[in-house]
Write a protein that binds this ligand. Sequence first.
Ligand code: FAD
Ligand code: NAP
Length: 314
Amino acid sequence: MTDTRHTKVLIIGSGPAGYTAGVYASRAMLNPLLVQGIEPGGQLTTTTEVENWPGDTEVQGPDLMVRMEAHAKAMGCDIVGDIITDLDLSQRPFTAKGDSGTTYTADAVILATGARAKWLGLPSEEKFKGFGVSACATCDGFFYRGQEIVVIGGGNTAVEEALFLTNFASKVTLIHRRDELRAEKILIDRLEKNDKIEPLWFHELAEVVGDSDPMGVTGVKVKHTKTGEITEIPCKGVFVAIGHAPANELVKDVLDTHMGGYVVTKPDSTETSIPGVFAAGDLTDHKYRQAVTSAGMGCMAALDAERFLAEDAG
Ligand code: FAD
Ligand code: NAP
């Protein structure tokens, strides 16, 4: 069965940007409708402790997102479990098609689709995805109790994943292509104090090695970035933590993007290249990519949408 629902403001995404936009747009009496997508709560649901959300010295990422959802709902935001598969921004009202069969029409749209984990693109990585290769330690770490694991990357995510995985693994090798980590100092300090983690500098993943019957990883071949020398490291799990790319599939052909696909917004604003379409959070942000900055941009987008609709009506 198909049905059509109209809203003044359609918010696409349920991370910190989407839920904050939901709170502000509800309080502006715009009766927003928020579509959650495949990952209700967004990226923070894939982590454990969050230590830099103001007001909470420490909070579990999934708990924080449940609270944000409840907050948006309590303010009057209509939260819908659906995935937008197609978005037509060529005329107003804008039209979005949901995977459920519902069509959403909207006078303004706030895009808050965030970012998704990047992969290296190796055929062997693809082959063993779900069979030893993962991009989410919180989701899959439990399967590697007492086993050796490798983590690829040198940013906050890689270091946090490596630290978290020491709860399960007998040893974690952190493979990084340089000898300097991008992660915050506090995380590097914890890494250096953890006996279970061994960094391997100047190396890149060349191939994931494993068995086909039953499917499973037995090791990785890594290449020295300077000498080209290949070494094999035995392991049962490979966690790829090389960053995130903007989830721009719905709009990459119709909105201006830059810096690898991030949606361009006007200076000091969340306005995109189409009037009435606003973008917030990691979808637009190649620089800060934090929960608090995403939430801040969600607030801005709701205020920008409110102003746009008021000017449009008047
Ligand atoms: P996201 O959180 O990426 O959410 C995007 C939302 O869009 C999701 O709900 C998804 O379902 C939805 N969506 C996507 N496509 C569609 C579609 N087609 N239809 C409908 N919905 C869709 N930041 C910190 O400040 N502190 C931390 O401690 C921290 N830890 C992190 C740990 C990890 C492991 C990771 C990966 C990130 C961490 N970050 C942290 C970064 C932080 O999570 C992000 O900056 C933040 O979540 C971005 O928020 P967002 O709302 O822009 O998007
Ligand atoms: P990131 O900061 O972009 O770091 C990606 C890492 O992967 C870099 O070290 C990079 O190496 C490496 N890399 C990238 N492509 C590679 C490739 N093809 N082969 C090998 N290595 C590769 O990404 P992130 O760690 O996922 O963090 C994303 C954002 O979320 C950041 O803004 C971060 O601050 C935020 N975040 C915050 C927290 C927190 O506050 N506690 C936790 C997690 C994430 P180079 O260093 O050589 O470029």
